[in-house]
Design a protein around this ligand. Structure first.
Ligand code: SAH
Ligand code: AVI
Length: 328
């Protein structure tokens, strides 16, 4: 008889003083540019992570439910094909959809360890606690860090690994960084490892814009939360109500942008940086891009990173895609 194992959780953080500097540097660099811009990772404090989870439940935000549907139909063949004993998930968040993959690995009898990697410590700890309750014997090794800088801190593999990067988060990188990220990921992948990548698909711009400007205003709160982060972390004095949420699809670049627009002229002080910033009336700050993919864009990015596409899965309405690839 199999022994009944206690699940174990180990969480290691690689965020430190240098990362507080990252926020400070990003603000100094991004808010003094002609087009003001901040990277989207600063959206995800504890409140931002909660708001993102609420977004996933919105009727307009088709991505989460569609990707879950694809995973439900494809998890079993993916697990059979990869023989993975370990799931390494980048930007794991609440790890809800992850369960579809963990269930398939458990059913195949291969599941040994789950390695969530995320900048949000509260989210990783909460997800780990829930998972070890629900998957007896599962080892969870959480990595609190930036997936652009800390992938070298993954634990030694226990066997073939399935890397998962879900939700379309790959689209939040600008094109050059996207390829650099994939190259970095390929470097940490061993020859038998696979990558399961979720990408949102190019479609009617109205459908995409509604997903980023929902009628309940949750995405607006998520976006505006970035200003609360700056007020709290850097002693800034943004008047959050003086900014409005903007989302528009750029048809040429095939990505949607979220911006924060000053309703009228604003003067902002960022105490920790001894920095004063002016916004003219209607001036915008870009907080996120979310690129949408054609099969060609996906293949091009994978090939440029030294990865080869093994399978491309989609839902019947072709709203979202999940690809399986491996080192070329
Ligand atoms: N995978 C989940 C969550 C997606 S939200 C899903 O598909 O629903 C994006 C997640 O990536 C958040 O949990 C956020 O905290 C994390 N994240 C964003 N930028 C990151 C970075 N640079 N490094 C690590 N995690 C990051
Ligand atoms: C995490 N990421 C894939 C989401 C997206 O759709 O680009 C973040 C998000 N932004 C607005 N709504 C959701």
């Amino acid at each position: 008889m199999e022994p009944i194992l206690e699940g174990t959780v180990e969480v290691r953080s690689y965020l430190g003083l240098a990362d507080e500097r990252t926020l400070a540097d990003d603000v100094l660099d991004g808010l003094t540019r002609p087009l003001k811009e901040l990277p989207p990772k600063h959206l995800y404090d504890a409140r931002g992570s909660e708001l993102f989870d609420a977004i996933c439940e919105l009727p307009e935000y088709y991505q989460t439910r569609t990707e879950r549907q694809i995973l439900r139909t494809q998890a079993k063949p993916v697990v059979a094909r990869t023989g993975a004993v370990e799931l390494v998930e980048l930007g794991s968040g609440s790890a809800d959809k992850t369960r579809v993959l963990l269930d398939a690995m458990r059913e195949a009898g291969t599941l040994r360890r789950y390695v969530p990697v995320d900048v949000s410590e509260t989210t990783v700890r909460a997800a780990a606690a829930r998972l070890i309750d629900d998957y007896p014997g599962l080892a969870v090794h959480g990595v609190i860090g930036d997936f652009e800088r800390h992938l070298t801190h993954l634990p030694e593999p226990l066997g073939p690994r399935l890397f998962a990067f879900l939700g379309g988060t790959i689209g939040n990188f600008p094109p050059g960084s996207r390829r650099r990220f994939l190259r970095g990921l390929r470097k940490v992948m061993a020859p038998g490892d696979h990558l399961l990548l979720g990408t949102d698909v190019v479609k009617d711009p109205h459908v995409i814009e509604a997903a980023y400007d929902d009628s309940a205003g949750v995405t607006a709160q998520f976006n505006l939360n970035m200003l609360h982060v700056l007020n709290r972390e850097l002693g800034a004095n943004f008047d959050v109500d003086a900014f409005e949420h903007v989302a528009f699809f750029d048809r040429k670049r095939e990505w949607i942008e979220m911006r924060l627009r000053a309703r009228e002229e604003q003067h902002v002080r960022v105490e920790a940086l001894n920095l004063d910033i002016d916004f003219s009336a209607r001036e915008e700050l870009r907080t996120e891009i979310s690129a949408k993919f054609t099969p060609g864009r996906l293949r091009g990015d994978l090939a440029a990173a030294g990865l080869e596409l093994v399978e491309l899965y989609a839902d019947p309405d072709k709203l979202f895609a999940v690809s399986l690839s491996r080192r070329r």
